[in-house]
Design a protein around this ligand. Structure first.
Ligand code: PBG
Length: 330
């Protein structure tokens, strides 16, 4: 600390006395360029099907997702992350629908790119929306198979990029998948397709509402603790990040967000790559529930939590509040 003067010469309140000087001395600020808007899509006819556990969030039809892309463009939001709700009839134990180039995800990617080519599209690589057991990988006698899953994820990433996805975001936490996806993309000439790795993803209670949103809550048997990280660990996150960086990750994601700011801060400090935090469904739901009760002010808490990610070192935030935040930021 280079702070030398002491009271009464030093009076920190001097720099807080009015709005202009607070603005002048502010260290971190949120802007629209920091936002990645997470949306849920479905292939039904209804443009919006509300998600009960996430008031204000709805599953969007492909048409509504295309409209959302246009809205993101108008609001100056650089990118959208899409998560699919897959019809139960299309789920099976191996998540085969994940590899359908005419499936919901690829169809939505094409429609959104048509509507707003200037908006970046990020797509989740994982099998949980597509499997009848709700796991991110292939399940065999109660175990998640790593290397077999990586093969499927690699195919999944390829069809997403062929459809026009700009960023593939493996959220599955299998070992070795970033390297496998990178070489498969390169072998097909997709050198410019980016990988944002969910490098440090924890097994978390904060994902509860998301599982309702994508319809995997009832399906999920057991939990994800054999592949997602233990929330007691920090050094392990650094090892996970180091592996993904060595395998070719362009950008890093830490998830969940607000309870993991120490991880965001350490990842950014140790690796210096573009680093993002995911303000996940449970964080969104908790804020909305408190707002609905009149216990907190929504606009203020949205800007405060999003700015906290920046202060911790994040370059941006994946959030269901992106459109709202962009409007507030003007
Ligand atoms: C799984 C995945 C999850 C989320 C994004 N991708 C849930 C999980 O790991 O069980 C959570 C997103 C959120 O809670 O908003 N591939």
């Amino acid at each position: 600390m280079k702070y030398t003067a002491s009271y009464p010469a030093a009076r920190p309140r001097r720099l807080r006395q009015s709005d202009w000087v607070r603005r002048l001395t502010r260290e971190h600020r949120l802007c629209r360029d920091d936002l990645i808007w997470s949306i849920i899509i479905h292939d039904g006819a209804d443009d919006e099907v509300p998600v009960a556990a996430m008031p204000g969030v709805a599953r969007l039809s492909v048409r509504a997702a295309a409209a959302a892309a246009k809205r993101a463009s108008k609001l100056g939001i650089p990118a959208i992350a899409i998560f699919p709700y897959i019809d139960g009839a299309k789920k099976d134990s191996s998540g085969r629908e994940a590899l359908n180039p005419e499936g919901l995800v690829c169809t939505a990617v094409r429609a959104m790119k048509d509507a707003a080519p200037e908006v970046g599209l990020m797509v989740d690589v994982a099998l949980d929306p597509f499997t009848d057991h709700g796991h991110d990988g292939l399940l065999h006698e109660g175990r998640i198979l790593n290397d077999e899953t990586v093969k499927v994820l690699t195919e999944q990433a390829l069809i997403q990029v062929r459809a026009g996805a700009d960023i593939v975001a493996p959220s599955d936490m299998m070992d070795g998948r970033v390297g496998a996806i990178r070489s498969a993309l390169d072998a097909e000439g997709h050198q410019d397709a980016m990988i944002m790795s969910y490098a440090a993803k924890y097994a978390s209670a904060f994902y509860g509402p998301y599982r309702e949103a994508i319809g995997s809550a009832k399906a999920l048997t057991g939990d994800k603790r054999t592949y997602q990280m233990d929330f007691g660990n920090t050094d392990e996150a650094m090892r996970e990040v180091a592996l993904d960086v060595s395998e070719g990750a362009d950008m890093l994601l830490v998830k969940p967000g607000i309870a993991y700011l120490d991880i965001v801060s350490r990842v950014k400090a140790e690796f210096g790559l573009p680093t993002y935090a995911f303000q996940v469904s449970g964080e969104y739901a908790m804020i909305k529930a408190a707002v609905a009760n009149g216990w907190v002010e929504e606009d203020r808490i949205v800007l405060e939590t999003l700015t906290a990610f920046k202060r911790a070192g994040a370059d941006g935030v994946v959030t269901y509040f992106a459109a709202k935040a962009a409007e507030l930021l003007g």
